[in-house]
Design a protein around this ligand. Sequence first.
Ligand code: FAD
Length: 529
Amino acid sequence: MANDPSTGQGTETAANDVVIVGGGTAGWMTAAYLTAAFGDRVKITLVESASVGTIGVGEATFSDIRHFFEFLGLAERDWMPACNATYKLAVRFQDWREPGHHFYHPFEQLRSVLGFPMTDWWLRYPTTSRFDVDCFVMASLCDAGRSPRYADGRLLEQEFVENEEIPSTIAEYQGAQFPYAYHFEAHLLAKFLTRYATQRGVRHIVDNVVDVALDERGWVSHIQTEENGQIDGGVFVDCTGFRALLLNKALGEPFESYQDTLPNDSAVALQVPMDMDRDPIRPCTTATAQDAGWIWTIPLISRIGTGYVYARDYLEPEEAERTLREFVGPAAKDATANHIRMRIGRSRRSWVNNCVAIGLSSGFVEPLESTGIFFIHYAIEQLVKYFPGLDWDPSLRTQYNNSMNHVMDGVREFLVLHYRAAKRQDNQYWRDTKTRVIPDSLAERLEMWGSKVPDASTVYSRYHGLPPYSYNCILLGMGGIDVKPSPALSLADEKAALAEFQLIAGKAKELVQKLPTQNEYFKRMRNEI
Ligand code: FAD
């Protein structure tokens, strides 16, 4: 077959020889997943630098991440203790409306009565001032610091919890909502996955990539390393983080910034020690609003990961670090600050010719709502789904790129909504969040959501990991945008809805009484191993 230089079709580039550049969360998750998917039918080499570090943050996840571990055949007891992992039932938003106010965005499907979501009923018949506590069981479990599992390991019982026995992928289980995600130490996960992947045959090279060679078609022919010479391959996976050495630098694929709508471009992070016997392990990530952004708090076993995400246009790094240290208090005294510049946006295409970027090299939409690792997991699943054959059918790359672009563009809309909907307007940073340009499609949606809470027909329509209930939580919780109940609810019989609110309250009370705290649960898990 003749070469077609524009598509690569007809070339003999062997797709089953994969070279991954980068050994952060993205690199090792990709290596581990590909071995689990293809076994020794695909040869995998991972090259990582000893001198260029990983980003060192990224410790909160989406609930779909459980499919990743299941796919690898790992139970929680196999990997959680090794990664100092804890459970995450929700994101807690603190002070976004006003000082002292908080609400949760939980991992829990929103129930409905007579076809109207409980949030809509709540707007018409608010039983308390807390929509999250009235509409979701998880909010009460978070306030009480509960584990989603009983002391003997059984999962809390809820009718909407998907069957946890069936290993699957994100794509197969979009109808249900698993009730929790994880927090884990990123570097411990990378270490754990290194062992997992190398034991299954992944070749591991620690070296610096100094050059990326392209052939006459513009395809990557090999990478050049400092000490191990030339490394050839078929598919090259760029997991080099914000540097994007292969996709953006060598292949010149343009990067499309989201900075006009999401101005936070910097972060400073600290790792703070914690005493499991004394300090409660909150079962949620907390995002606390600050003068020029927000601070994350991620409780792990024996330490807390925390960091201030901010916009350089409004705050200098020294000031951000000072604020973060004050926020943490004396425990931050000996912690070393990690200052990070963030590249917000996505590559125009994440897969070009025989190079696929996964992780920060592909795109990143700031850490609010913890979507970075979700993008990685989704990208790996899509790579397996659209993995090339010998003919390198370009349509597979196009479909991959469409799905990755949609997942990131959709999340971008969701995050912009947080800032636009937050009631806080007490300084220039927060006032600007109300006047800054927003994606046109979001502007149209906001018009609709002003008269009816979001549903499947009015949120970003392509898969992006966030169901309509997530938008309901942000709109009702942030408090800066007026949302009205559907007029039909004043005509409908409210008895069944009020009974549903009582059922939720009863279930929450029962579970708070029966479930252990996270501290109790993990002490037991760790003692039993
Ligand atoms: P990196 O960790 O930067 O790894 C890059 C790798 O490339 C390294 O191994 C390096 O050695 C290698 N490399 C680079 N150059 C060379 C070279 N020349 N030769 C050889 N190797 C090279 N995501 C979440 O899901 N949840 C969160 O809570 C979250 N919080 C975040 C907070 C912040 C402030 C930021 C910036 C990101 C956060 N993320 C979060 C995103 C998450 O951190 C990343 O998605 C994840 O860590 C993946 O990073 P990576 O592997 O793409 O890149």
